[in-house]
Design a protein around this ligand. Structure first.
Ligand code: ATP
Length: 240
């Protein structure tokens, strides 16, 4: 479980994250929603240590990570799929996936799970990242994060600019990772991964969320159970 307390973040003089406290419960899907520019990406980058938090505490499974580097957080079991994917366009798919093994023992190999979730990546192992479609690159970015064997996976708008068929694949992958039953009723025997999913696509978030958080101007405007998103009129809160 990830526990965040009184987190504050600034860009220069702008107060971007305002005293945020929340939890990402183990083995569940927590969706972070909010309009453009409210601070979602800044929050995820702060959780990952890409930008250091100004104040606040952050513990992951009881370990204080607030003053650690991104690689330490990755080593602690936090995987990150950044907005815009940030794959290496000149490296092959296989080399990109192997980047995810950087925090693993030398003998580690790309887990079979990556190819089970995204079979297209196996077919394209020798292609350069830059030659893949946007949707395939998103699958590669998620695959790379899974290769690091995370206990918590943080995804920043994985559906942004992605075609519907690949959105379906990504949704299915998140379900499998979170230990939900597949369409045929089978359930993976793997330990479920906790998911923190930042999204603007309401229906996608709604279909996956155990919990939701709605952000506005660096604060949480509303939070609750995924099952209550309709009742709580979350869709209206995201409308421009
Ligand atoms: N590196 C930066 N330097 C200064 N200001 C920034 C920087 N990155 C983001 N901001 C500003 O911080 C605020 C929050 O941005 P952020 O990207 O976290 O929002 P967001 O909710 O993720 O939006 P989006 O959905 O568009 O990515 C915005 O006003 C943005 O202009």
């Amino acid at each position: 479980m990830l526990t965040v307390s009184n987190l504050n973040q600034y860009y220069g003089g702008s107060h971007i994250l305002r005293d945020l406290s929340f939890e990402v419960p183990a083995g569940q899907v927590t969706c972070l929603l909010g309009r453009n520019g409210v601070g979602k990406t800044t929050l995820l980058r702060t959780l990952m240590g890409v930008v250091p938090a100004k104040t606040g505490t952050l513990t992951f499974n009881g370990v204080d990570l607030a003053h650690t580097k991104p690689e330490d957080r990755a080593r602690a079991g936090i995987g990150y799929v950044p907005q815009g994917r940030e794959i290496f366009s000149r490296l092959t798919v296989e080399e990109n996936l192997r980047m995810g093994l950087a925090t693993q023992p030398r003998s580690a190999r790309v887990p079979e799970l990556v190819f089970e979730l995204f079979p297209v990546l196996r077919k394209m192992l020798n292609r350069r990242g830059g030659d893949l479609s946007g949707g395939q690159q998103q699958q590669l970015a998620i695959g790379r994060a899974i290769a690091s064997n995370p206990k918590l996976l943080i995804l920043d708008e994985p559906t942004e600019g992605i075609q519907p068929s690949i959105i379906k694949d990504i949704e299915r992958a998140i379900r499998v990772l979170a230990g939900r039953p597949a369409a045929d009723g089978t359930v993976s025997t793997r330990e479920p991964i906790s998911i923190l999913l930042c999204e603007q696509y309401y229906d996608f978030a709604r279909s996956l969320a155990d919990h939701y958080l709605v952000m506005e101007r660096g604060e949480f405007l509303k939070r609750g159970a995924g099952a209550d998103m309709e009742r709580d009129k979350v869709r209206e809160l995201l409308a421009v």
